[in-house]
Design a protein around this ligand. Sequence first.
Ligand code: AMP
Length: 217
Amino acid sequence: MRLLLIGPPGVGKGTQAKFLVDHFTIPQISTGDMLRKNVRNKTSLGIKAQAYMQAGQLVPDIVMLNMMQDRLAEDDGANGYILDGFPRTIPQAEGLDELLNNLGQQLGCVVVMKISDSLIINRLSNRRSCKECNQVFNLLYDPPQKAGKCNECNGDLFLREDDIPDTIQQRLNIYHKQTEPVIEYYTQRGITEIIDAKGSIEDIKTNIIDRISAYNN
Ligand code: AMP
């Protein structure tokens, strides 16, 4: 199963991707997590990407496509994967088609998670992530047991630099302008499933698994 998860920042793509990893036993490929790891390790890719990420802007398409070319060539994706946060622009979607073509692979289903901007702003400004294991908490809906510490690994929790209100708005503007056209790109192929993402995590999970079970790529 080769899945794409598309939705605005903070809609819960990462949370749902983790369920799908367990359900299908395929890896999650999150471009945001990959980039943040590169920034932390000060790699040349991380150095290129950092300023864009801090400003809530998209990293250039060519950088993203090169990164994904390397990632998709790894063996763990032979039976499928969940792409989380990629493609985010039409050139990235076209580039992905070319990469998949070269690998002899086809996309199964594109899951589109929908929610209002006001809920996103509320969720993201209360989101905290673990520095060590990337586990995500929400101070309002899913607070950590010990303030400032991860339940899983006791790592320090932090507010992402791009989760401050002005930057969230900037990321939402970019989503509407550059990423929403990608939904249309896949809708024309008849492989999109639109999911209402404002319910409980459990309901959203059940809905996604139900809807994608009709696809077998
Ligand atoms: P995310 O964790 O998916 O919200 O990504 C965090 C940041 O990483 C984004 O705001 C962008 O700066 C960058 N990023 C992640 N994925 C992409 C992508 N597919 N194209 C361009 N920039 C990306």
